[in-house]
Design a protein around this ligand. Structure first.
Ligand code: ZN
Length: 200
């Protein structure tokens, strides 16, 4: 028996997603076969509108419904502090406990030479430019405590020091388990890591 084309197409689409192998792709596809058409339509609709309904903030490069985003345009946020993270999901993780009142800068990745991602492939230049603004006093490096995250933090720190020696540069605290992703850390760990940040 040959697998119908429609099923094969969906399996292949799922396989392109991160963390989904061919077994999971097959399981998801066959699961969806049992879902009523109306629910499938609304699922497809959500995917279709994903990009149309979102915009990348031209200041911090976070993802939101407006540009500048709701954080950058909020007058009560502390503009003297910029927290640098790898992905938009990290912003959500840090915003969840609501203690941090500064701004963010989303790199959209990390320096990763094995995958051909150098400093110019992510939003580092834009951060250096932002940091040269007179309002900015502290840059918190909150990249993940992985090898690539550390290398990225180190690179950014060096660049920032070249441009502006007076800037306070801190690295998010050690409470985070090495190799972990920020987005998976629980709120308390994140809060402690933020409070326990040290000069870098
Ligand atoms: Zn923004």
């Amino acid at each position: 028996m040959k697998i119908p084309k429609a099923i094969q197409n969906l399996i292949e689409s799922f396989e392109k997603l991160p963390g989904i192998g061919s077994k999971t792709a097959q399981r998801l596809t066959f699961y969806l076969l049992h879902v009523p058409q109306g629910k499938l339509d609304s699922f497809a609709n959500s995917i279709q509108n994903l990009k149309k309904g979102t915009i990348i903030c031209s200041v911090c490069f976070s993802v939101d419904e407006s540009d500048p985003c709701s954080i950058c345009s909020n007058p009560s946020r502390d503009k003297s502090t910029i927290c640098v993270v790898e992905e938009p999901l990290d912003v959500l993780a840090l915003e969840k406990n609501g203690r941090y009142k500064g701004l963010y800068h989303v790199l959209h990745g990390k320096i990763d030479p094995l995958n051909n991602i150098g400093p110019d492939e992510i939003y580092i230049r834009q951060l250096i430019d932002r940091a040269s603004g007179s309002e900015v006093e502290e840059i918190i490096l909150a990249t993940n405590p992985t090898m690539e995250g550390e290398a990225t933090a180190m690179y950014i720190s060096r660049q920032l020091k070249i441009e502006n020696s007076k800037l306070k540069i801190t690295r998010i605290g050690r409470g985070l388990p090495t190799g972990a992703d920020l987005e998976y850390a629980d709120e308390l760990t994140l809060q402690r890591a933020m409070e326990g940040r040290s000069d870098y």
